[in-house]
Design a protein around this ligand. Structure first.
Ligand code: ZN
Length: 504
């Protein structure tokens, strides 16, 4: 029998030759990486590959360094020559998850490890600022273990805003263009737009973003309809704000009222509260024809919905609902206090209000199903670090809500894997389990296709080819808990976000 060294070489030769034909020679991440990077083989596993395809049984997946090198039937893998072998019998392999709406990566000892320990290997960070850009840099240089980060610009809003510093305010087209250029120079990968931007300013942001080769995503800009914003190229709408209005027979009357109502600098929340009331009430005037036309236009424009059901569920319930969540042990005291304060601004209080918001939330779930049926792209995100919205485990909740909305478990998984990568323009490298893709994977102890809650039953997470087994994940979680119980230098931005209460 050959020694491990020659056996490893033979195995690499077999891989480079394309194995039994399913791997594509030349798509390995350079022979150098395959020669020097760790070879990991996951054998006899049930594969759910992120494309929406049905689970495939008895598959083996070979990782070379930070890439997937081979995928095929377990019977076709030769002697692996000293590679690390993970027995996948009775287990389920899914792509690493993308939380497509996150905040607070700069809470470095807590947020990045919570994402990874729960299988979230990529995040779309929805408010870019100096501290979280620095965190992204550390992760990319290998100085900090964390998920891949796709970074937003700073949040761009109008002269009246619900947000505190460091919100970027633009009143004119010239200011809007300058902000887009400056944020691109600072590392923004897309522009994050907010609720109170004026219509001409949204148009200028859209145009300058296009010139700069960026997309823009964010809240419904209230002075335009969703249709107008979508026509301007808005890539995603966050939080499902305003969908019930756009599916209502009273749409035009409601939009006209919002258009003529001014933003009050002395009471900036008044407009938001009015819009919120109008969307709660719109559930009673649902019009299937309006919904069909609305969702059809978004689909044709390539505008996606990012319904962030996790935060939507939290803020439509009474404030005390989440006060004893055991995961609060991972949250520093000052953020916990901000959460307790922030939730009070949103949570329903009277029985009538509780019933009204419950009805709105149920209708939101139903409309997510209608959007899906109509072919509108959906991405899954939590809005974590808003009250009681936890990094990592929050995305498991989001998946369960998407299934409740009518997606099959396999289809829900696709929204946070293959579809997320497609939305980000990363489908060649991320989101599915196929040769040449980044080695970001999650090995589960139970079948998520049978019950989506099994996505929380994690055996192993693999990030950039690095294996985080049970022991390592336990260590990460314990360290995050310990960090949360020390006085932590939470950034002013994280605190202001947590205090705001909902939906940034
Ligand atoms: Zn947010």
């Amino acid at each position: 029998m050959a020694g491990a060294g020659s056996s490893r070489r033979e195995f690499l030769r077999w891989l480079a030759a394309g194995g039994t034909g399913m791997a594509l020679a030349g798509t390995l991440p350079g022979t150098a990486a395959a020669d020097t990077g760790e070879i990991v083989v996951i054998t006899h596993v049930t594969l759910i590959d992120g494309t929406g395809s049905a689970p495939r049984h008895d598959v083996s997946v070979v990782l070379a360094g930070d890439r997937i090198a081979w995928v095929g039937g377990s019977g076709q893998v030769p002697e692996t020559g000293g590679a690390r072998v993970i027995d996948g019998r009775g287990k389920y392999l899914i792509p690493g998850l993308w939380d497509m709406h996150t905040h607070g990566a700069d809470l470095e000892e807590i947020v990045p490890p919570l994402h990874l320990a729960h299988g979230v290997t990529g995040v779309r960070e929805m408010w870019g600022y100096a501290e979280n850009r620095a965190t992204k840099g550390k992760i990319e240089r290998g100085e900090l273990l964390g998920p891949r980060v796709v970074m937003a610009s700073g949040i761009v809003d109008g002269p009246v805003t619900l947000l505190g510093p460091p919100v970027l305010q633009a009143s004119t087209e010239a200011e809007a263009r300058a902000v887009v250029r400056a944020e691109k120079a600072a590392g923004a990968e897309f522009v994050k737009t907010y609720s109170y931007l004026g219509p001409d300013v949204v148009r200028a942001v859209a145009d300058e973003a296009r010139v700069q080769g960026l997309r823009f995503s964010g809240h419904w800009p209230y002075k335009l309809s969703h249709l107008q914003a979508s026509d301007l190229g808005q890539h995603s709408f966050e939080h499902f704000f305003g969908v019930s209005i756009h599916c209502s027979s009273r749409r035009d009357e409601i939009l006209a009222r919002l258009k003529v109502t001014p933003y009050d600098p002395a009471a900036p929340r008044a407009f938001f509260d009015l819009a919120r009331r109008l969307e709660f009430d719109s559930v009673t005037t649902y019009d299937p024809g309006m919904a069909l036309a609305y969702f059809g236009r978004l689909r044709r424009n390539g505008t996606w919905h990012s319904p962030t059901l996790t935060i939507n569920r939290i803020v439509t319930q009474p404030a005390e609902t989440h006060r004893h969540d055991p995961r609060l042990k991972y949250v520093p005291a000052d953020v916990r206090e901000s959460w307790a304060m922030g939730i009070e601004r949103f949570a329903p209080k009277t029985p009538a209000d509780i019933a009204r918001q419950e009805r709105y939330y149920r209708e939101t779930l139903r409309l997510v199903g209608v959007a899906h049926e109509a072919g509108v792209g959906l991405i899954g995100g939590t809005d974590c670090l808003n009250p009681y919205t936890f990094p990592g485990s929050g995305l498991h909740e989001e998946l369960a809500f998407l299934v409740e909305a009518g997606l099959s478990p396999v289809r829900a998984l696709k929204t946070v894997t293959g579809d997320a990568a497609k939305f980000l323009g990363r489908e060649r490298t991320s989101g599915t389990i196929a040769v040449g893709k980044e080695a970001d994977l999650v090995l589960l102890d139970a079948n998520p296709a049978a019950d989506i809650r099994n996505v929380a039953k994690i055996d192993t997470v693999i990030t950039r080819g690095r294996v985080l087994d049970r022991t390592e994940r336990r260590r990460m979680l314990d360290a995050a808990e310990a960090a949360a119980n020390r006085p932590v230098a939470t950034s002013a931005r994280v605190r202001s976000l947590a205090r705001r209460g909902c939906c940034c």
